[in-house]
Design a protein around this ligand. Structure first.
Ligand code: ATP
Ligand code: MN
Length: 484
């Protein structure tokens, strides 16, 4: 057996009393031919390995370079130096993998996030990305924990789908047909997808919701947590072409139940990270504070990262209707001084991210849930509200807007009434025949139900304070970029 190691995080929690341990990891720095800072990715803190002078020859010591991998056995003793609790006095050092420090792309100094994006295969070895991805892991774990505790069934919805009814964005086509012009054609010259792999035109999924509804109308409560794809050409700091989404779907839920669950859920996973990743969050908070020092005063956050997370945990999200939000925006000084790039034209307009951020960051200064949106700007499956004024038809939709991010959750109560749903689908030119399987849920024991989608990377951004979504997913896919 090779691996009898203790992880550095666990080691550093021990009281050093001369115990013998073995650690393995990568060299961060090596000072004075004597002190090795060894990191194994379990924490940003390194274990200081002390090499006894004279016990190794120069040839060997030269091979202990930044990023070389080592297996070290020794005893832990209280450290004489400041800055660490213990030293690992080495009795044996084995070099597992040499590394040419001259060629290693990461120097033991500060690199910009942009530079590290180009070295995404190695950036996990930095403190910032170590913290980000450990927090990402914790949030993913907390998500499963939350739903499991509530008795939800984790459902794996398909990644390849034939339904393009969602209308959430542009889709990536999945095909095995040749691209050299020899693909089979119909008489009118269009591609004949009957000859394609699935006998029809298929895409990468933009959302698992429609299939999720099939699960909810049998299990009661389900959630999905998987990759989704959008070929939208939006090069922003909060859009990816491949991102992960959590989509719970609940039978016997109305819009208010849906909002309650979403708020409880977000608070639960933040709390989990606060309790289990304190060290990483404190590191990220400090990193963010330093990053913000570069910004002009009025662009800096009013709260530090930890403070912001605590604030979110301890306060109710502001809930207001779309109609009220439009009124607030209209009446705002910001609008009167014509400071919005997109004009507030009035009821019926789609809110731009600057409007959402104004509501959250300037007006309410807390997360906001907007609900009851105009039907015309929302998807076909959202439940039509009863008793709306002429020309003011709304649907039971809700979006959760977070400070610094904007939309983090989109959800709705679903239209469970077959006649209303079909009428709406006709209006929006959704192919009713192709969606027979979806409509069957409304034919056979239909129930009020609701659900939402949380963009996982946006949540990770919110908790880690990373301003660019490319820095919270291991290998970002964005327009023009799919390296690694
Ligand atoms: P936006 O207006 O910000 O583009 P959307 O209205 O397209 O969002 P939905 O279709 O409601 O978003 O998707 C549900 C959630 O998925 C969003 O609230 C967001 O958190 C996340 N999301 C949507 N598009 C992306 C994307 N391209 N990259 C990362 N996350 C996304
Ligand atoms: Mn979008």
């Amino acid at each position: 057996m090779f691996n009898k190691r203790i992880k550095v995080k666990e080691l550093l929690a021990m009281e050093p009393q001369g115990q013998e341990v073995t650690v393995m990891g990568w060299v961060r720095t090596f000072r004075n031919n004597q002190f090795i800072a060894l990191n194994d990715g379990s924490t940003n803190n390194n274990i200081q390995v002390v090499v006894e002078l004279g016990s190794y020859d120069d040839e060997f010591l030269k091979r202990i370079t930044t990023s070389a991998s080592l297996k070290v056995t020794g005893t832990i003793i209280p450290s004489l130096g400041k800055g660490q609790k213990m030293d690992l006095k080495a009795t044996s050092i084995e070099i597992l993998g040499d590394s040419d420090a001259e060629k290693y792309p990461l120097q033991p100094k500060k690199h910009s996030l942009e530079f590290l994006r180009e070295k995404a295969h190695l950036r996990f070895r930095t403190n910032t990305f170590g913290s980000v991805f450990r927090v990402r892991h914790a949030l993913a774990f907390a998500i499963h924990k939350f739903f499991n505790e509530k008795g939800f069934v984790y459902m794996h919805t398909p990644i390849i789908t034939a339904s393009d009814a969602e209308g959430a964005g542009e889709m990536f086509r999945v095909t095995t047909l040749p691209l050299d012009g020899t693909a089979p054609k119909n008489e009118d010259g269009t591609i004949n997808f009957k000859e394609d792999f699935f006998g029809r035109s298929t895409n990468l999924t933009v959302s698992g919701q429609l299939e999720g509804e099939l699960g909810a109308t049998a299990f009661g409560d389900i959630y999905t947590f998987g990759p989704t794809f959008r070929a939208e050409n939006s090069n922003t700091a909060r859009h990816l072409a491949e991102f992960w989404m959590i989509e719970p779907e609940m039978a016997f839920y109305d819009l208010e139940d849906n909002m309650n669950l979403a708020e409880e859920f977000i608070k639960y996973i933040i709390k989990y990270a606060m309790e289990n990743n304190r060290e990483d969050l404190e590191f990220l908070a400090q990193r963010l504070a330093e990053e913000e020092k570069q910004l002009p005063q009025d662009k800096r956050s009013e709260m530090g990262l930890i403070e912001k997370l605590e604030f979110v945990l301890n306060n109710n999200f502001e809930r207001l209707t779309y109609t009220d939000a439009i009124q607030i925006l209209k009446d705002s000084n910001h609008n009167k001084k014509k400071k919005f790039q997109y004009e507030i034209t009035g009821w019926g307009m789609d809110l731009q991210s600057e409007h959402e951020r104004y509501l959250v960051e300037k007006h309410f200064k807390k997360p906001v849930i907007l609900y009851n949106y105009p039907a015309a700007i929302k998807a076909f499956y959202m439940r039509q509200n009863d008793g709306c004024a002429e020309g003011q038809q709304t649907v039971a939709a809700m979006d959760i807007l977070a400070p610094g991010i904007g939309e983090i959750v989109g959800g709705s109560q679903r239209e469970e009434r077959l006649d209303k749903l079909e009428a709406r689908m006709k209006e929006m030119h959704i192919p009713i025949e192709e969606m027979w399987w979806y409509l069957d849920t409304r034919r056979f024991g239909t129930v009020p139900h609701a659900g939402f989608g949380l963009g996982f990377e946006r949540m990770v951004q919110f908790v880690t304070g990373m301003t660019n979504i490319r820095d919270v997913i291991a290998f970002p896919r964005t327009p023009g970029s799919a390296e690694f």
